[in-house]
Ligand binder design. Structure first.
Ligand code: ATP
Ligand code: MG
Length: 320
């Protein structure tokens, strides 16, 4: 199956991004033809500093490769390197009802909050539809919040077909496992906008300090505690094996420990978990040329596919 997934180069990934999304995307490379792109054109709606954007794109590539995306199994590329997608966006835009986009929540939310929105944000779902259709994508793994945009994509493909005849492969959304809603350092959902994140990469000592500052309740040490619903325990569970988890449950129920001890355990298991990726990232940082080569090769492969799809779309609507 052709699986397509994009990541926004807007910041450094945190534990929530990893367990909720990145890890699941990368796993799909094993039994599928994975196309993974870094969505720099989408990021332009929020990142307005060119040096920052370039750096973010490179960082996103380093993150994905370090976390296990294998360029021999999957195709990794940067969105803007495939101009076929922007042309396809126009072909789709000419058949997109305004009302459809007005209902899309990224735009609607901004408008309702009285924030200024540009046409890029308004038409973002159409660029996303072109991203998907350009690669004959069959499966698009997304978080629940993105399902609406896949529906828009299917609507646009459907109405293009209605007007011009069968042209695109109809994609399906694959909703990612939302079992893991990773809590942040304040116990709320971990989220860049809540400033409660624990990053995957970066200074280990600094991350350890952040872990030690995770908010906990103030029950006395000797009290037995319930691991259910405890966010420190939830974080521990992300990394620990079944035996370690069982031992931790016992510890909670028995009481007589301090949360500092659990935080140390979380720091240790998480450091061990990310150590190999961290090492790979350091190696890759020393050899940025080969990272650029991977992105170049990915773009060549992606353009081949997108070029053929764009040709079908152009002939269908009569612009060639
Ligand atoms: P923002 O605050 O700007 O929304 P974010 O930190 O929530 O940023 P997103 O870019 O919204 O990150 O999310 C990227 C992906 O990571 C999405 O698929 C989302 O579902 C997933 N994700 C984000 N935070 C979590 C979390 N705490 N637990 C599980 N998955 C998460
Ligand atoms: Mg979010």
């Amino acid at each position: 199956m052709r699986v397509l997934s994009g990541i926004q180069p807007t910041g450094r990934p945190h534990w929530g991004n990893y367990f909720g999304a990145i890890r699941q995307y990368i796993d799909l490379q094993e039994n599928n033809d994975g196309f993974y792109f870094i969505a720099d054109l989408h990021a332009l709606t929020t990142v307005r500093d060119p040096a920052q954007l370039r750096e973010n794109v490179l960082n996103a590539a380093l993150d994905l490769l370090a976390l296990g995306l294998d360029p021999n199994k999957a195709t990794l590329f940067v969105q803007s390197r495939i101009p076929e997608v922007t042309e396809l966006t126009w072909l789709l835009l000419t058949g997109t009802p305004m009302g459809l986009l007005e209902r899309c929540h990224a735009y609607k939310d901004k408008k309702e909050r009285g924030l200024p929105a540009d046409a890029g944000l308004f038409t973002y779902p159409v660029l996303m539809a072109a991203d998907i259709l350009a690669y004959d994508s069959q499966i698009v793994p997304v978080g629940a919040d993105q399902v609406q945009h896949i529906e828009v994509c299917r609507d646009l493909a459907g109405s293009f077909h209605h007007t011009y005849g069968e042209t695109f492969v109809m994609p399906k959304a694959k909703t990612l496992d939302v079992g893991a809603k990773v809590p942040g350092t304040d116990g709320q959902k971990m989220s860049k906008s809540y400033d409660n994140t624990l990053p995957l990469f970066g200074d280990v000592k600094k991350i350890r300090k952040q872990i030690m500052r995770i908010v906990t309740d103030s029950r006395p040490m000797e009290d037995p505690k319930d691991p259910e619903g405890d966010h420190l325990f939830e974080l521990y569970q992300l990394f620990a094996g079944p035996d370690e988890v069982a031992a931790m449950v016992e510890k909670y129920r028995a009481g007589g420990f301090g949360y500092g001890e659990i935080k140390k355990a979380v720091a240790e298991v998480s450091e061990a978990h990310f150590a190999p990726a961290r090492e790979r990232r350091e190696e890759l940082e020393k050899d940025l040329d080969s990272v650029r080569d991977i992105l170049d090769a990915g773009a060549v492969r992606a353009r081949e596919v997108a070029g053929a799809v764009l040709d079908r779309a152009r002939s269908a609507c009569g612009v060639r």
